[in-house]
Structure formats: C-alpha cells, structure tokens
Design a protein around this ligand. Structure first.
Ligand code: GDP
Ligand code: MG
Ligand code: K
Length: 301
C-alpha cells in the first residue's frame, strides 16, 4: 500500500478544427462507443457532444465543438458563439488539423480566435497514416510560425497511431480536480439527442449532395411499452423545401425505408434494446434563419 496520496486530475478538453479533420473519429476512438457521429461531410456535428473518459487517476471530458468558421447565416453565427464561449471555459484546447490538406484559409480564422483565449492549445495533426514524414515536418514548421502551441502531436485517429500518447499529454495538462461524472458514464447527452443525430447521419450519408445540411431531426416520442421489450421511437425529419422531402422519402418510400433500417441498427446498439423506428418528413421553410425556432430544435448556448 502506497503511503503517498495519489492525486486525481480532471478537466474539460475542447476539440476544434475545420470540418472533416477527424474530431468525431478521435472522440469515438477514445471513448470506444459511437457517440459523436461521423460522416465524410462537413459540419455534421452541430451541438456539443461530450465524451467522458475515466481512469483510476483521471477524468477527461472531451467536447466536440461545432466548427469555428466565418458564419454564413444565422445558424453559423449561433454555432460560432457556442464554440468561442466554450474555448474560454475549458482546461485545454485540441486544435486538430488534417495532415493531408495541410494549411488552409479556415485555420487562419481559428488561430485568430485562439489568440483571444488563455487556455493552452495542442496542435493535433491527424491522418498521418496518409502522408510522408517529410510533409509532416513541413506542416509542423508552418504551424509553429502561426501560434505558440503547448504541444504538437501527430496522430491517426482512424488507425490509432499515437492516440494513447496524446491522452497521456492531455492528462499532464489537466488540473487536480474532482470526478465530475460517474465512472461508467460516457456522455452527458440525453439519449434522445444521440438518437436524433444517428438518424440525421444516415440521411446525410444516403442523400449525398442533393440534401444539404439544412435538415433537423426531432424525436417526438421514445418510449418502452410496459408489455413489450421494444422501444418505440417516432422521429420527424425537418427539411426546408418540398423537393428535399421528395428526395428523402424516395421512390415509393425506398429512401426513407433505408434511412430507417440503418438508423435502427445503430439505435438498437446504443440502447441495448429492440427498437421500432417510425420516421416521417416535414417541410418547414427557412428554419435555419429563424433563431427562435432553433431553440425548439434543441440548439443550446
Ligand atoms: P470531423 O468533421 O472533424 O468530426 O471529422 P470526422 O471524424 O467526421 O472525419 C471525417 C472523415 O475523415 C471521415 O471519413 C473519417 O473516416 C476520416 N478520418 C478521420 N480520421 C482519420 C485518420 O486518422 N486517417 C484517415 N485516413 N482518415 C480519417
Ligand atoms: Mg464531427
Ligand atoms: K464531419
């Protein structure tokens, strides 16, 4: 038995970076369960999704922050405010970039934001499985000129290279603190929200370019009937135009059926229960610009 009292470290870690650099992939790898949705389209993640990683001597709370970029409409503006406020409150920021694409204009904007906060920042260079070491060195040199990063850590979130080392480094920077969440809790999001994100992910995957990001999914009902083992989920997919409604429904309902089939598998895995999923599509014009309505869709500041 050790006489020295082991200190417990804990803190909040925000992940920022351009769309598609691999933020959700990294969180999912670390947490080991599909909580932050993944897709090959930008801006998939709109809300803060927290992953909680608890070990015997630490608790890391990861926040997948919505993309920081120049806002184009009110939704973008809203996302920006959420993101920048978050940066001030956290203990550490992981600024993730993509080794394949290297430096981009979008990063300039993010670095400007980083200069307004005191929180330490790691440069995490993801997707190193796709680049030559020489190119990686060039990227490091370039970013060193732009900002005084606390650490620079190349990883592959997909293949797991260096992700353990990144976790160790994160721990180094966390303050002594309490265990904020129970050890078995992996996310603070209500299951309803994760379920809606899983459905939204399937729509984006299956519809490609035809359906833009202007969709929302609302869970209208999620309940287990007392006499059955099945959870009944009723969800509405909100679109801006009736043409989009047609695409999502598909020929004789084929697209909606496929969305439902794929989403149900993920939801059943998440809930550990059989699921009966009922989907319908609703047109609500210009919802992105109606800021008051955003609250009803679950957007939070
Ligand atoms: P986010 O928008 O930053 O959350 O990015 P995602 O996690 O959704 O990832 C975007 C795309 O990049 C997905 O297709 C991922 O599979 C892919 N990706 C993520 N990390 C890696 C990586 O380390 N290597 C490679 N080759 N692809 C990756
Ligand atoms: Mg994401
Ligand atoms: K994405």
């Amino acid at each position: 038995k050790s006489t020295e009292q082991q200190t417990f470290k804990s803190g909040f870690v925000s992940i920022i970076g351009r769309p598609n650099v691999g933020k959700s992939t990294y969180i999912n790898r670390v947490i080991g369960q599909k909580i932050a949705i993944m897709s090959d389209k930008p801006q998939t993640t709109r809300n803060k999704v927290q992953g909680v990683l608890t070990t015997n001597d630490s608790q890391i709370i990861l926040i997948d922050t919505p993309g920081i970029h120049k806002p184009k409409h009110k939704l973008g503006d809203f996302m920006m405010r959420v993101a920048t406020n978050t940066l001030k409150e956290v203990d550490l920021i992981l600024f993730m970039i993509n080794a394949v694409e290297g430096y981009g204009k979008g990063d300039e904007f993010i670095i400007e934001k980083l200069k307004t906060v005191r929180t330490p920042v790691f440069l995490v260079i993801n997707k190193i499985d796709q680049v030559h070491p020489d190119d990686l060195l060039k990227i490091i040199e370039k970013y060193k000129e732009l900002y005084d990063f606390a650490e620079i850590i190349p990883i592959s979130a997909l293949e797991g290279q260096n992700t353990e080392r990144l976790l160790e480094q994160i721990k180094e920077y966390l303050p002594e603190g309490p265990q904020y969440y129970p050890a078995d809790q992996i996310t603070d999001h209500p299951e309803r929200f994760i379920v809606s994100e899983l459905i939204r992910e399937k729509v984006l995957h299956l519809t490609r370019e035809e359906v833009p990001h202007s969709i929302a999914v609302i869970i209208e009902k999620m309940q287990k009937k007392p006499e059955s083992e099945t959870i009944h989920v009723m969800a509405a997919i909100i679109v801006e135009r009736s043409s989009q409604k047609g695409i999502i429904i598909g020929k004789q309902g084929s697209m909606l059926k496929e969305v439902g089939k794929r989403a149900r598998i993920d939801i059943e895995n998440l809930l550990g229960s059989k699921v009966y999923l009922e989907l319908w599509v609703k047109v609500q014009k210009d919802w992105r610009n109606k800021i008051t309505q955003l609250r009803d869709f679950g957007f939070r500041e």
